[in-house]
Design a protein around this ligand. Structure first.
Ligand SMILES: [Zn+2]
Length: 264
């Protein structure tokens, strides 16, 4: 074989290898898109609308990212508009006056008091309505969720803190999950309208504890000040989206523990 022919053969072999390499890269990238970018963005609730276009830089960065933890990639604990935004006195909103754009009154016929007087972000409100229905069904329609509070503005949180709250009970203004329009404080009302508090030994609390994650809700303040930075607040439930709430439930972690563990 002449050297010219040998050169052509090697060139073809190299070309085939390059082709196979980029083919595998493309497959991996498509799978990554499937795993991590569902139609509805897990973090913000917005429909992405962008397509999974292939490009080499994104593909290479995907391969590099594989060394990182899957959940760090999926959950966004830092952006103000993320459903998983971790809020504490030390990690307030970057924009103190943050207000999400997708606010809606809660639409449910299954809460004891009028749900539409309270607002949450749209996705959180829909999930809450599903949870309220399932709760009422479980207790044979004799008990319903009573909403005590949902959204609280920066100003309201400020006055609560000054006039009402014990230390380590309320969040500092600008760091409340209620300001994120993602949190509700709930109790339970029976058939006669008697309000029952979410005490930890009650069936209502246990029911909520074992099922709220299925609707994306999390019990943020359950392990007291040393762990969660706040006193336990059994009536407080915060929306995180189903994947993250399920993960925390399965691992028996609070969001504060997860945050510290992953050192964001
Ligand atoms: Zn609360």
């Amino acid at each position: 074989m002449s050297s010219k022919h040998r050169f052509s053969v090697w060139l073809s072999v190299i070309w085939i290898f390059i082709w196979i390499f980029f083919y595998i890269l493309r497959q991996n990238f498509a799978n990554a898109q499937k795993d991590f970018r569902p139609q509805q963005n897990l973090n913000t609730g917005q429909h992405a609308g962008d397509t999974a276009d292939f490009d080499i830089i994104s593909s290479l960065s995907w391969i590099l990212d594989q060394s990182q933890k899957k959940y760090q990639k999926t959950f966004d604990l830092q952006s103000d508009s993320s459903f998983q935004r971790y809020l504490s006195d030390e990690t307030p909103f970057s924009d103190q006056s943050y207000k999400p754009l997708d606010l809606r009154p809660i639409v449910s016929h299954f809460t004891y008091n009028k749900s539409s007087k309270f607002s949450l972000r749209a996705t959180a409100g829909t999930a809450f309505a599903d949870m309220a229905w399932a709760f009422r069904e479980h207790f044979d329609k004799s008990h319903k969720i009573y909403i005590a509070s949902a959204y609280r503005s920066y100003g309201l949180q400020n006055s609560l803190l000054k006039n009402w709250c014990e230390e380590k009970r309320c969040a500092e203004p600008g760091s409340s999950e209620h300001q994120a329009w993602l949190a509700v404080d709930i109790s339970v009302a029976n058939k006669n309208g008697k309000t029952l508090q979410m005490t930890t030994w009650s069936d209502y609390y246990k029911r909520m504890d074992e099922n709220a994650y299925k609707y994306g809700f999390h019990n943020t303040y359950q392990k007291w000040v040393d762990v969660d930075g706040k006193m336990a607040e059994h009536r407080h439930r915060r929306f995180l989206g189903i994947p993250f709430a399920t993960y925390l439930h399965d691992q028996n972690l609070t969001i504060a523990e997860y945050y510290k563990k992953n050192k964001f």
